[in-house]
Design a protein around this ligand. Structure first.
Ligand code: ATP
Length: 520
């Protein structure tokens, strides 16, 4: 049933009019051309300097559009939903306004929460906040499970002074803000751990909630983190109306609370609103999913005419071949790419493991490759990704786990070894390249009977023309003799792994635990 519902949403017509009226009249991101950093109205000069140090000279259109709706005339009166292509700069589109809005805060407490589906993504986003928030005196924390929970707690929460000075007045201790960070970047699981178990961790002063990769975040419940955060904020809002004396006292120094940050509640009482920004390159239009966000007069910022858009400088190619020749064709294609960084996507962890094991039996391949799989230890995966970023590995073979949000400098090529099942999957996989206005190419291997489905799928996106790429027959033929023996070795290797697994009762294939890296 769940699978059916997902399929329906993914495969709906591209030009379908959205059910929700506010989605039918979006702000057109393409109407913005992007502007030089120095010309962005009201930008704090300290932030302008930080951006220049990061090498950012002009803003991308989505960043300018988001600024207008938050800091500019829009004044964040409405919750903002952003649907903009992969690599278009969505992270800075929300990080910059949030940092600017909080730059005048006087008391440190948790006011902005950014939630992402995976640790890698969360750390990537934290890097952006780390580059701009400290210059205006803001502190950024993470709750992603990278370190032990105890370390995370000590980075997030200040120990009550009473423990150090038992004679201090209890009332004073109660008023003391506990959180050490102004902005928290979190994954849902760790966020829930802190909500449930960390003493002094409070969302009481939360003003901004960002949900990145929204469609993925809404697809999985992640321990009900979203209703929990919204409910916590509501219950605080109900208990403490804007007119209550203690809230006024508490929030008095927070000059960042503005007209737009106030919501009317029961009997006309006002309380601080939790302003939301939600983003994706493939934002859902499903009303039942979006209703979970409890958006306040939402405003959609959208790129392109169709529901989905492929980055302007992405070139798409299809390679048609039979299943049995796919591994050889992949090797020939990778040889053509001459050791440039490349991600190879397969349909499952088993398929990734099989493919990388098979490639391991070809000697003298002119590229270094490695498997990247959820079955590997976290530390192994992190090291592999690091080595790939550093250029020590040329080709990473994995699944859609690598498809969302990850940015790798200089990545020019993406290969769909297995056809992506949905257009959304294609967009996120291909979107690892051609980012930030750079060129990139995406190759998709297809069997003959898949071509029609694939062409139909791509029609759902803007900029999705796809030409055929052919590989030289003779290069494939020269690999054939090695291929037969490699296949034999592969079967033996998988059999021995399966035997080891059943002997040890281990659920993880032992080969997947190893980092399989060949030599150039
Ligand atoms: N104004 C800018 N000028 C130059 N580079 C920028 C600018 N804004 C962002 N970038 C760079 O563009 C790259 C992509 O940005 P980002 O990761 O925010 O894209 P995204 O839209 O979130 O993509 P995805 O949907 O895949 O998550 C990053 O390397 C970022 O540093």
């Amino acid at each position: 049933m769940v699978a059916m519902a997902r399929k329906d949403e993914e495969e709906g017509p591209a030009d379908r009019v959205p059910h929700l009226p506010w989605m039918r009249y979006p702000v057109d991101i393409d109407a913005f051309s992007g502007c030089p950093v120095a010309q962005l109205p009201r930008l704090d000069p300290r932030l302008a300097e930080a951006l220049q140090r990061m090498g950012i000279e002009s803003f991308f259109p989505v960043q300018e559009a988001a600024w207008v709706e938050t800091i500019g005339p829009g004044a964040f009166e409405r919750d903002v939903c952003i649907n903009s292509p992969t690599g278009s700069g969505k992270t800075l589109a929300y990080a910059l306004p949030i940092v600017q809005m909080l730059s005048t805060r006087k008391v440190r407490c948790l006011r902005a929460l950014v939630v992402l589906p995976t640790r890698d993504l969360a750390l990537q986003v934290k890097e952006v906040f780390d580059a701009i928030a400290p210059v205006v005196g803001l502190s950024v924390g993470s709750a992603v499970g990278q370190s032990s929970i105890a370390d995370e707690v000590s980075n997030l929460v200040r120990k009550p002074k009473q423990e150090l000075y038992p004679t201090i007045d209890e009332e004073y201790v109660k008023m003391e803000p506990q959180t050490k960070v102004d902005i928290l970047v979190a994954t849902p699981g760790r966020l829930m751990d802190h909500i449930n178990m960390t003493n002094g961790f409070s969302l009481e002063h939360l003003q901004y909630l960002v949900i990145d990769e929204t469609d993925r975040m809404l697809r999985e419940a992640y321990q009900s983190w979203l209703p929990t955060v919204i409910e916590l904020k509501h219950s605080i809002g109900k208990d403490r109306s804007w007119h209550d004396t203690d809230v006024k006292t508490l929030l008095h120094p927070l000059t960042t609370v503005r007209r737009s940050g106030v919501e009317r509640g029961f009997k006309g009482k006002c309380y601080p609103r939790l302003a939301k920004i939600v983003l994706s390159a493939t934002l859902t239009q499903d009303p039942s999913k979006l209703s979970q966000l409890e958006l306040h007069h939402p405003l959609l910022l959208n790129s392109g005419k169709k529901r989905y858009r492929i980055p302007a400088k992405l070139e798409s190619y299809k390679l048609i071949c039979t299943s049995n020749l796919k591994p050889l064709s992949l090797i020939v294609l990778l040889q053509e790419l001459q050791g440039n960084k490349c991600l190879v996507f397969t349909s499952s962890v088993e398929s990734s493991h099989r493919l990388s094991t098979l490639l391991g039996f070809f000697e003298d391949l002119p590229f270094k490759f490695s498997e990247y799989s959820r079955l590997q230890r976290e530390s192994t995966r992190r090291k592999t990704l690091e080595a790939f970023k550093e250029g020590e590995i040329d080709v990473l073979i994995g699944t859609d786990r690598m498809a969302r949000g990850i940015h790798i400098d200089g990545l020019r090529y993406v290969i769909n070894y297995d056809m992506p099942p949905y257009v959304k999957t294609y967009i996120h996989r291909a979107g690892r390249t051609a980012r930030a206005g750079e060129f990139g190419s995406c190759f998709t291997f297809l069997r003959k009977h898949e071509v029609k489905t694939f062409n139909k799928m791509l029609k759902k996106a803007d900029n999705a023309s796809c030409s055929r790429h052919s590989l030289p027959e003779e290069s494939i033929e020269t690999l054939r003799p090695v291929f037969s023996s490699a296949l034999k070795k592969l079967e033996e290797s998988l059999e021995s792994e399966a035997a080891k697994k059943s002997n040890s009762g281990d659920k993880i294939p032992s080969g997947s635990k190893r980092k399989r890296t060949n030599q150039k």
